[in-house]
Design a protein around this ligand. Structure first.
Ligand SMILES: [Zn+2]
Length: 320
């Protein structure tokens, strides 16, 4: 953790300085949907010495394997991609209009700083938005809400040519600037914790197995899949290649304490514990018949903050 004095949670962590260094670097490396290679490189560099073999499939999904010759295959998975924007239109005044790449939220965009990933490297820009005292001064006295069509980026260029001279083109990917940071009591924040934190968790499994000299009686496939945010595409492809017997999928879920989201309770039969989850993610997974089509039927189980989808007989699951 950082050297600054912060209020600490009263718990012993299994994480090391090197773990946090990796997490910080991984979070701070942009890995937008369809352009995940930079993040995958960071992830593979960390996990390579901890596993027997690594590879990348043609879609960009990274896989690290322990016991690659074993018949029984267990997958632990996260997704490597993050939601982002695409440059869609550059006007003559040098303002840049966007389209979504994944489910990026237009309501939180105004005033955010971003990186536009152009041909000449990343360029800083900011989402422009009218000042508060100007927003209500229209005939209906209605405050305009941000929409994809009205949001624009200003990168400092005074015209379209100056934008293009920076290497920005139609189709350039845009990611938010915010990086890794630490709050009190060991809470962390950062762009794209969905699902860089899952990628971090599964890499830490490899580290702990290695450091504790654990021998596994099965093949462990640690999978960092691409293109989850636009329809679970990377996971679907790699599942057909690996054909796992069991898959444990990690992803984030929503903060529920504020009572702003509808919830359901799910029973985890293995431990007979009830968990509260937002049903959007549960429903989404069930509709998609779970990420990994395995030889077993699906069961959905959820921890307090990190969602885990286990693939086990469906008859054992009850949804409340
Ligand atoms: Zn996710």
């Amino acid at each position: 953790m950082a050297k600054e004095k912060k209020a600490k949670a009263n718990q012993r962590s299994v994480l090391t300085e090197a773990s946090y260094k990796f997490l910080k670097h991984y979070i701070n490396t942009a890995s937008p949907v369809g352009f995940e290679s930079s993040g995958q490189k960071v992830w593979l560099e960390y996990i390579k010495p901890l596993t027997d073999t690594t590879y990348m499939d043609p879609y960009g999904t990274a896989v690290a394997v322990i016991n690659p010759k074993a018949d029984f295959k267990v997958v632990i998975e996260a997704h490597a991609d993050e939601i982002s924007w695409f440059v869609n239109y550059i006007n003559e005044q040098g303002l840049i209009y966007l389209k979504r790449n994944g489910g990026v939220d237009h309501q939180i965009a105004p005033a955010k700083r971003v990186w536009i990933h152009g041909k000449k490297g990343p360029v800083k820009a900011v989402f422009g938005w009218p000042a508060i005292h100007t927003r209500m001064s229209n005939a209906e006295n209605k405050e305009p809400l941000p929409k994809v069509e009205t949001l624009f980026l200003d990168c400092g260029a005074r015209n379209k040519k100056e934008v293009e001279d920076l290497g920005i083109h139609i189709g350039s990917v845009v990611t938010y600037e915010e990086g890794y940071d630490e709050l009190a009591y060991d809470y962390l924040i950062g762009r794209a914790f969905d699902n860089r934190i899952g990628g971090f968790m599964i890499a830490e499994v490899a580290r702990l197995l290695k450091e504790n000299k654990k021998k596994l009686p099965f093949g462990l496939y640690i999978v960092n899949a691409v293109q989850e945010e636009i329809g679970l595409r990377g996971a679907e492809m790699i599942a057909r290649r690996i054909k796992p017997d069991i898959a444990i999928i990690t992803d984030v879920t929503h903060e529920l304490l504020k009572g702003m989201l509808p919830v359901v309770k799910v029973l985890l039969p293995v431990t007979d514990q009830l968990f509260t989850i937002n049903y959007w993610h549960l429903w989404k997974r069930l509709q998609k018949k779970i990420i990994f089509p395995c030889r077993c039927a699906p069961l959905v189980a959820v921890q307090e903050q990190i969602q885990i989808v286990l693939l086990m007989p469906m008859t054992a699951a009850r949804v409340y």
